[in-house]
Design a protein around this ligand. Structure first.
Ligand code: UDP
Ligand code: MG
Length: 315
């Protein structure tokens, strides 16, 4: 395969054995509407089921199918990043494997690219089959994120999108270990547009995004793109010092002028617990930044490949 391919599709796979066949069929049908020149890159992110065997079978049947088998579960964002390092086409589509992102939308994404857009993301106008908690937390999170970052991260958008080659190359140059691709792509700029779609429920299997993974993605997003939490912490410290200064003044005033000494175990405990809580919270916020500095300083490889049937460009 050479650089004349039109579309690379990157599909991260974590325990998706029951989705792979239908996904492959639908991807093939959708891509054939646009071009014969495409490649499918499946990144197996440490699946514990038979996903890998299924993928290898596909690669044996179809020359346009490639697989990258990571040495363990590195997480969705890293799996996609691995695919981005290997894709070779003029445009690249990132799509979930669970058929929540309909492959049939790809021709529409590609059509927008032909109009001159470098990033075409798929914007969900509805999300069926997802829990209220998931929708509510993600809605709240993206609104907060938009407030605290200095560039626009589009709302109601996942990683389902089409990227021009120059965007992919720019992404490869971004060195952060804590990937938050939606934010990185928004940060990069370029000519962006969107196509709307209805998000379907996951076809088979379970979501690989536990609340733990969602939280760490959220922290990666915030620490990667905003220093506001740090500012907030120092301002909070300043505010509390200011308040306590007035409380001290009042206590002195009360003791010497009103001749009433403020006593009480309750006020003491409440105030020290309050301060203790704020301090721990602040240290925690700083800790989130420091832990990411430490990860980045170690400069380990982002992922490790166990085996694959694909090679990088210019090799
Ligand atoms: N995924 C992955 N590694 C993980 C978790 C998920 O590669 O650790 C893949 C998964 O197979 C799917 C995509 O990332 O193709 C989105 O994951 P999922 O559908 O579980 O997330 P949700 O839609 O529930 O947010
Ligand atoms: Mg899903």
């Amino acid at each position: 395969m050479n650089t004349t391919t039109d579309i690379s599709v990157i599909i991260p796979i974590y325990n998706e054995e029951h989705n792979i066949d239908e996904l492959y069929k639908r991807l093939k049908a959708a891509l054939n509407e646009v071009t014969q020149q495409y490649e499918l890159i499946f990144v197996n992110d440490g699946s514990a089921d038979h996903s890998l065997q299924k993928l290898i079978t596909l690669t044996q049947q179809d020359q346009r199918v490639f697989y990258i088998n990571l040495s363990r579960n590195f997480g969705h964002q890293v799996a996609v990043s691995a695919g981005l390092d290997y894709c070779k086409s003029k445009t690249t589509v990132i799509i979930d494997a669970d058929l929540q992102d309909p492959p049939e939308l790809i021709p529409k994404l590609y059509a927008e690219h032909s109009k001159g857009f470098d990033v075409v993301y798929a914007k969900r106008i509805s999300r069926d089959g997802e829990t209220f908690m998931k929708k509510a937390t993600s809605k709240l999170f993206y609104r907060i994120l938009q407030k605290i970052t200095s560039f626009d991260i589009p709302l109601d958008v996942g990683d389902f999108r089409l990227l021009d080659k120059k965007v992919v190359e720019a992404l490869r140059e971004m060195p952060e270990q804590n990937k938050f691709l939606r934010g990185q792509i928004a940060w990069l700029g370029f000519k962006q547009t969107f196509v709307e779609f209805k998000r379907e429920p996951r076809k088979y299997g379970e979501s690989g995004y536990s609340y733990g993974k969602m939280f760490s993605l959220a922290f990666d997003a915030v620490t990667g793109f905003s220093d506001k939490p740090l500012l907030l912490v120092s301002r909070l410290g300043f505010l509390i010092s200011l308040v306590s200064f007035f409380v001290i003044l009042f206590a002195i005033f009360s003791h010497f002028v009103l001749k009433e000494t403020i006593t009480g175990w309750t006020s003491l405990i409440i105030s020290s617990m309050f301060i203790g809580g704020i301090q721990l919270l602040s240290i925690g916020v700083i800790g989130e930044y420091i832990s990411r500095i430490s990860t980045n300083v170690k400069n380990r490889p982002l992922y490790v490949i166990s085996d694959s049937n694909i090679e990088k460009e210019n090799k």
